[in-house]
Design a protein around this ligand. Sequence first.
Ligand code: TPP
Ligand code: MG
Length: 587
Amino acid sequence: MQETIAKKTVARHGGERVAAALQAHGVRFLFTLCGGHISPILAASKALGIRIVDVRDEATAVFAADAAARLTGVPGVAAVTAGPGLTNTITALKNAQLAQSPVVLLGGAAPTALQGRGALQDIDQRSLVAPHVKLLKQIRRVADLGPALEEAFEVAREGVQGPVFIECPVDLLYDEASIRKWYADASGKGSAIPDRLLRFYLNRHVEKMFAGSGEAVAPMAREVVRPEPSASAVEAAAKALARAARPLVVVGSQSLAVAASAPLIARAVANAGIPAYLSGLARGLLGREHPLQMRHQRRQALRESDCVVLAGVPCDFRLDYGRHVRRASTLIAANRGAREARMNRRPDIAAIGDAGLFIERLAERLGDPGAKWAGWTAQLRARDAAREAEIDAEAAHAGEFVNPVALLRAIDRAAGERAVLVADGGDFVATASYIVRPRGPLSWLDPGAFGTLGVGAGLALGAALCRAEAEVWILYGDGACGYSLVEFDTLVRHGIPVIAVVGNDAGWTQIAREQVKMLNDDVGTVLSRTAYHEVAAGFGAEGILVKKTAEVPAALARAQAFAKAGRPVLINVWLDKTGFREGSISM
Ligand SMILES: Cc1ncc(C[n+]2csc(CCOP(=O)(O)OP(=O)(O)O)c2C)c(N)n1
Ligand SMILES: [Mg+2]
């Protein structure tokens, strides 16, 4: 009995060392697609009670890890096999890098002694992965696995967060006796000089691999502090705001780099009394509605504002490279990265540090601003309300099939109080972002700055596991859903009751819209009214088809009932065309 306990607590072989490190860092889920190179990591992690979630495409594993990281603040972990397993992750890894999400990617690799000698799936993984990660480690000694993982979890979370990669060659993951035998068998029994030299070389190689691995080491999670912006920057910002007549704050994903601080940041934004636009992961920060939160006409508000606080938001294409903010207005940028704070436009005040912490400090310093900006806030509120009325009018248009605006309004009414919304698509989800209101902090997931289609099932999978009590909705474009539809198999196998709504407009509309106008040709942008609900049903999920706006409320209620009973469900909704996104273009 004693021995079993000892076996469980003391990591012996490399796979167990990796598993012990994951456990020490609070990792609850390991997303993976199996491969011979990583089997010991999966088995050892399972033995420690970490849930192994096996998916159908490695990209999904990384998207799921990304969601887990964003929603919990504990880095999400994916393990993929060498070669094609790793190449399949690159889009998702790049997406995590641009979304500044702390993902730990574990990759298998060919046996150390066979690398570069034509082994199965042996490629130069360093040059493949290095551009997309903050840290890349290729482990060569068993004893280095634990410390490498400690470093990985630290680096992923410090400063500007992002993914890291640890390459674990297969011969470091099995127990020493098996590996010694494997190398002994490989070196043969010949007595010729080359045979003896090979034996000598391989024996020395194995000695090096296992050097120092005799001692049991307990992995420890290192503390990562939230980088504190300078007091002088907070002071300067407070002074600038005291002079401002029309201030505005834009809160972006990076402000929520430390998920647990979301309630504090929400309170600070509310206390600061400054009208706010929330983007990315910060959407929903102030709940479904709040007098300070504006949803529409951001560009116009930015042009009118005389003091703009960008909290964790870079001046990239989404702010027209900084041109949305008037030259004459005071620009305050709070950002973990100095480069990002200054991107395209030098702020008047740069607060380098955690953007959420900056808001907290600023709110403390501002005290109670009272009704100082009430007139300006009311002006923005009125404009927001006018736009909402326009949206209501658009939702009332009857057509042949389902009015997308009406559908999204219905989803907004129906979704549960704790719902997490995942957005994967073009026009349909861009429209959704104006209509469906996230219920609370960290309840809206989209790809982020990389704009990657195909994130849907992976983000939803990670979200559903981390928020077991919440409804998880995927809003899919019909084009986008094709990438991750296969993961309905995963959702069914793992009993994860996601509700997917496919906005089926039989095309890649966001692209078609501009392409047809500019080039008079819809080539490559046309899809058909594919029976995506039957595809989901084929995987064992529930499928619902909706062709009329009047059928929408009942279909949503049925889907919610299925989800409540633990069944994943896909609602395939035939959409009418809409002019909602006319004129918008992202480049
Ligand atoms: C991986 C990837 N490939 C291509 C694109 C380019 N792209 C952006 S939006 C879009 C159309 C999306 O179509 P759909 O999901 O059906 O949404 P819709 O615009 O029709 O509502 C495409 C192809 C992309 N962003 N990501
Ligand atoms: Mg479409």
